[in-house]
Design a protein around this ligand. Structure first.
Ligand SMILES: [Zn+2]
Length: 262
């Protein structure tokens, strides 16, 4: 039952984030009185046709007025957000059993720390994969969450983690400069600042490595099928986000499998 509640909340957040990203890109005021409208016929969408997940299924993915197909990505955003939030208790449980510097925090503190981090992660994931754009505000917020947590809870890793954060951002800045902005954007550089605050230095290196592995695994089928060229731009932020959450939850285990003698 609690998983269902979390799924529903997640789907609603996903729906909101999809709309927010859309409005930011199309320069529609975020909190305008205008309700969401159909992209094709511009008809306002009734509240009962704007219920996450359910409405899409009920309308078979079409606008009630003009019957144009509603992009599947909106449905995907709601499902993914719902699932991620439903999986949050599992993540909190795994984090509390790992060796991260904040693992010893009680469950409530872990939820306070990880829930906003997850929501900002989802937002960056959608924003970048839909529009090839990362939000500076979200990147800064994620860094701030890590920084505040590091300075608030007694620990001795703050300087090391800040240093690693700086090094990781420098790696992305170097890639940005070497590819003259084509490989990595400045958005990726800013996004790279937050993961090392949460992960140890070892796991941060794993995070960097895994981001590229996931990116390659994602890009390979496109390259092989000839659908995308080697020079095609692929948003890198989503891979950094996915890699971060894998490292946060399973980093210890993956690291000990890859380097059993370290
Ligand atoms: Zn329509």
């Amino acid at each position: 039952m609690e998983y269902l509640v979390l799924f529903v909340i997640g789907a609603m957040m996903g729906s909101f984030m999809g709309a927010t990203a859309y409005r930011q890109v199309k320069k529609v005021p975020l909190f305008s009185k205008k309700r969401s409208f159909c992209d094709n016929c511009k008809t306002q969408i009734n509240w009962y046709d704007n219920i996450p997940v359910f409405s899409y299924i009920f309308l078979s993915g079409r606008c009630r007025n003009c019957e144009t197909q509603i992009p599947k990505r909106y449905f995907a955003i709601e499902i993914i957000s719902g699932l991620c939030l439903a999986l949050l208790p599992l993540s909190v449980n795994l984090v509390s059993n790992s060796n991260l510097w904040f693992s010893s925090l009680n469950t409530t503190a872990l939820y306070i720390l990880l829930t906003p981090l997850l929501l900002f992660s989802l937002y960056q994931f959608y924003f970048d994969s839909l529009y090839m754009y990362l939000s500076d505000f979200a990147s800064f917020a994620m860094f701030l969450i890590g920084f505040v947590a590091l300075s608030y809870f007694p620990n001795d890793v703050i300087w090391l983690n800040l240093f690693t954060s700086f090094v990781m951002a420098s790696v992305f800045l170097l890639l940005h400069l070497l590819t003259s902005g084509k490989g990595m954007g400045l958005g990726d550089v800013k996004l790279a600042l937050f993961p090392p605050l949460f992960l140890s230095t070892n796991i941060s290196i794993l995070w960097l490595f895994l981001s590229f592995v996931i990116g390659a695994l994602y890009g390979l089928p496109f390259l092989l099928s000839g659908k995308k060229k080697m020079t095609a731009k692929i948003a890198f932020g989503p891979f950094m986000i996915v890699s971060f959450w894998i490292c946060l939850v399973y980093g210890d285990k993956i690291f000990s499998i890859l380097f059993p003698y370290l």
